[in-house]
Write a protein that binds this ligand. Structure first.
Ligand SMILES: Nc1ncnc2c1ncn2[C@@H]1O[C@H](COP(=O)(O)OP(=O)(O)OP(=O)(O)O)[C@@H](O)[C@H]1O
Ligand SMILES: [Mg+2]
Length: 499
């Protein structure tokens, strides 16, 4: 093997009592995609932060070429050719792509004349190198998040990055954007760049990775060639046990409708003519491509963008849902997709985060019942296997996936009549995913209706009693559970037999 681009030796890192990394060793070769896998809280992001200089390790060495470091600084890491592509790119929205690239790549130039022509050419060249169809003159604010990620990658290349790290880059990407990213990864790899790739989607790992390293509880439990292991083997390494990939069975029949939509639409969000019943005790899957109007429909039902056409009826008659307060009063809860940004209050302990939406109920007349709050939180932490020091730990001390579980717990605690889940298992590891599926079934057994929005087709197929398919802002099919993937996709794409 050639000399590695990067080698980590026996890295240790603890945060106030939590041993996040325990003697982790790792190496990255030129031109390889090395996937980093592990359950939520296993230490993946911490390892990345050690490499980018965002976190100082307690012990161990970071070896780059023939130099060994006890720690890196962010500026030092950048200068050594290490770049990290974040989910939320840090670009200046009002400036153009070329200007953003120039700011990143040109040293502070004092009074030097700005050469606009060469700036533009540099930007165009870098974008062309990764095959990104983005005009250099476009203002960054007009670009989608994934396009901004591509600009970040262009920046990384322009800065001469030899090591590019991607921590769950595809979580918010559409299919097409994902394909573009994979193409860019292939180009980088061909150029001899080493890529560290983190994802909970195992199919991506098998498509992209040359090698995989699995972390469990802060320890590396193995590194191997991706072709030398299969999905079941990887899961076993990550979780330490076999995980049933079988979806739990649903009820024999659903109950009365909890919500009936007739011709519901909203001009502002482009939803129109949706007629649909959501019944007690059922999982109604909501399928469709990104942009089909699924989240927009959820926003109507939760009163975020109220309907301006059609009628909505509850169990006993017509209802008006003009605000989230109205929705909550009707027993409708909504777990949004973007839990990373809107889910968890970082400064607040987990326990307060969990009870935020039911504060009035468990603290009547302002009377503090810490025990109730603590017990309730511990119960949800157990059910969702939240990895944390305890209910008092701050939201901000949790790993990304564990923050998502806390956001989910908050809405579960409201004991809603209708629970709307938008991409509930995105960013969640395989073990916890099957626990969430079991929990959903437990809720429906108690008579709660669940509207499940998910881009994970096997999840929709496996969990749903019925599947509603949207396309272009409206409902195009309602299919029975047990429908096959082909039929659902055909309806979502508008091809063939939309029932
Ligand atoms: N700032 C912090 N303060 C305290 N503990 C922290 C902090 N950041 C991370 N941890 C803890 O370190 C451990 C590893 O977290 P890390 O974010 O590296 O996990 P991860 O593998 O990236 O998980 P995920 O898949 O959920 O993103 C977790 O137990 C987490 O709670
Ligand atoms: Mg992480």
């Amino acid at each position: 093997m050639p000399n590695p681009l990067l080698e980590l030796r026996q890295i240790e890192k603890s945060y106030a009592g939590v041993r996040a990394l325990r003697g982790v060793s790792f190496d990255l070769q030129p031109g390889e995609v090395h996937a980093l896998l592990g359950e939520n809280g296993a230490g993946k992001s911490t390892l990345v932060k050690v490499i980018t200089g965002a976190v100082e390790p307690d012990a161990g060495a970071i070896v780059l070429g023939d130099r060994a470091f006890a720690r890196l600084t962010p500026a030092g890491a950048l200068a050594l050719g290490i770049a990290c592509i974040y989910q939320q790119p840090a670009l200046f929205p009002e400036l153009s792509v070329a200007e953003n690239l120039a700011l990143r790549l040109e040293p502070a130039s004092g009074l030097r004349r700005i050469d606009w022509k060469s700036r533009r050419a540099t930007a165009a060249g870098l974008l062309a190198r990764i095959g990104a169809p983005i005009p250099p003159d476009a203002a960054v604010r007009t670009l989608s998040m994934p396009e901004q990620q591509l600009v970040e990658i262009a920046c990384a290349l322009g800065a001469g990055a030899r090591i590019v790290i991607m921590d769950e880059p595809t979580a918010a990407l559409t299919q097409r954007e994902q394909e573009l990213l994979f193409k860019v990864i292939a180009e980088l790899r061909a150029d001899g760049v080493g890529i560290i790739y983190i994802s909970h989607r195992l199919d991506e790992i098998f498509r992209l990775a040359d090698r995989v390293t699995v972390l469990r509880d802060g320890e590396s439990v193995g590194t191997c060639a991706a072709h030398a292991i299969d999905e079941a083997g990887l899961i076993k390494l990550m979780v330490g046990r076999e995980v049933s990939q079988i979806y739990p069975p649903g009820p024999a029949h659903a109950g009365a409708p909890v919500l009936t939509l007739s011709g519901v639409g909203c001009t502002a969000s482009g939803v129109r003519g949706v007629s649909l019943e959501i019944r007690a005790g059922e999982v109604l899957g909501l399928s469709g491509l990104v942009g089909a109007g699924r989240t927009e429909l959820a926003h109507i039902l939760f009163g975020l963008t109220p309907a301006d056409a059609g009628t909505i009826a509850g169990a006993t008659g017509p209802v008006a849902i003009r605000s989230p307060q109205d929705a909550l009063a009707l027993g409708i809860a909504y777990v949004p997709e973007d839990r990373r940004r809107h889910g968890v209050i970082l400064e607040m302990p987990i326990a307060h985060n969990v009870t935020l939406a039911i504060h009035r109920r468990i603290f009547p007349r302002g009377f503090l019942r810490d025990r109730t709050e603590r017990d309730l939180t511990l119960e949800y932490m157990r059910q969702l296997s939240v990895k944390a020091a305890g209910p008092e730990a701050k939201g901000g001390s949790l790993s990304g996936g564990n923050q998502q579980k806390v956001a989910l717990a908050r809405w579960l605690a409201t004991k809603p009549r209708l629970l709307i889940l938008d991409e509930p298992t995105q960013g969640i590891d395989v073990g916890a995913k099957s626990e969430i599926h079991r929990l959903i079934r437990q809720l429906t057994a108690e008579g709660i209706a669940v509207l499940l929005i998910s881009s994970d087709l096997p999840e929709v197929l496996g969990m749903s009693d019925r599947i509603a398919v949207m396309r272009g802002g409206t409902l195009v099919a309602t299919l029975p559970g047990g429908t096959n993937a082909h039929t659902v996709m055909a309806a979502a794409l508008g091809k063939g037999e939309a029932a």
